[in-house]
Ligand binder design. Structure first.
Ligand SMILES: [Zn+2]
Length: 213
């Protein structure tokens, strides 16, 4: 069951086409797996279109945004009917990466492998598919900027929460963590980094520089 979702600000940025292509792609992968967020984006698009049609030119204040979001909460079933979302979008795994240049798997450490992903027209950040073996962990790190992660399969726990297939996670400069993969299976994640991670310890830092993470 999916319990970790992108926040409304990210969904609204996605719905209005304001995300850079890498982060937009990662959110698309989440939306393929998550009916709740898929509906929310449809509702944002529907309400946003109405607001634009009626509105006088103005700047959208935080308060106005809040009103739009409250309307969505209040009108979700109607919005759902109007936009014709009748069934869950298929969970398509990584088929969204078909338009990208994806490297072969490269093994970087025992129990750890990755593929680099070049997203067409991406102006910002780097994207990777990471595979970490059961019971293994990514070295402890903090962040210079945003790290977005979408779990494709398997699960990890980083001390803040447990993240399973379909879950989304956003971390920033305030978060220092060490994701540990659960014992059952390899965890495959799609990760987007706005800036390189700050690994702790020279081995991890060398590894980070080596793969450009
Ligand atoms: Zn979601």
């Amino acid at each position: 069951m999916i319990t970790h979702h992108p926040d409304d600000e990210s969904l609204l940025a996605f719905a209005s086409g304001q995300l850079d292509s890498g982060r937009g792609l990662l959110l698309s992968v989440h939306l393929d797996a998550c009916q709740q967020c898929h509906r929310r984006v449809q509702a944002l698009l529907s309400v946003g279109g109405e607001v634009l049609e009626r509105a006088q030119p103005m700047e959208l204040s935080d308060e106005a945004l809040q009103r739009v979001l409250q309307r969505i909460e209040g009108t979700a079933p109607e919005s759902k009917a109007r936009v014709g979302v009748t069934s869950a979008p298929a969970a398509r795994g990584l088929s969204r990466l078909d338009s990208c240049e994806v490297s072969a798997w490269r093994r970087v450490a025992p129990g750890m492998r990755y593929r680099s992903v070049l997203v067409p027209h991406a102006a910002d950040g780097k994207m990777f598919v990471l595979g970490i073996a059961p019971g293994r962990s990514l070295p402890k790190h903090s962040h210079r900027d945003l790290e977005w992660t979408q779990v494709i399969s398997g699960a990890f726990d980083d001390g803040r929460a447990r993240f399973e297939a379909g879950d989304f996670d956003a971390t920033d400069g305030l978060v220092r963590h060490q994701p540990v993969v659960t014992a059952e299976a390899e965890c495959i994640c799609l990760a987007h980094l706005s800036a390189p991670l700050v690994f702790e310890g020279w081995i991890a830092r060398t590894f980070g520089r080596w793969i450009g993470m």
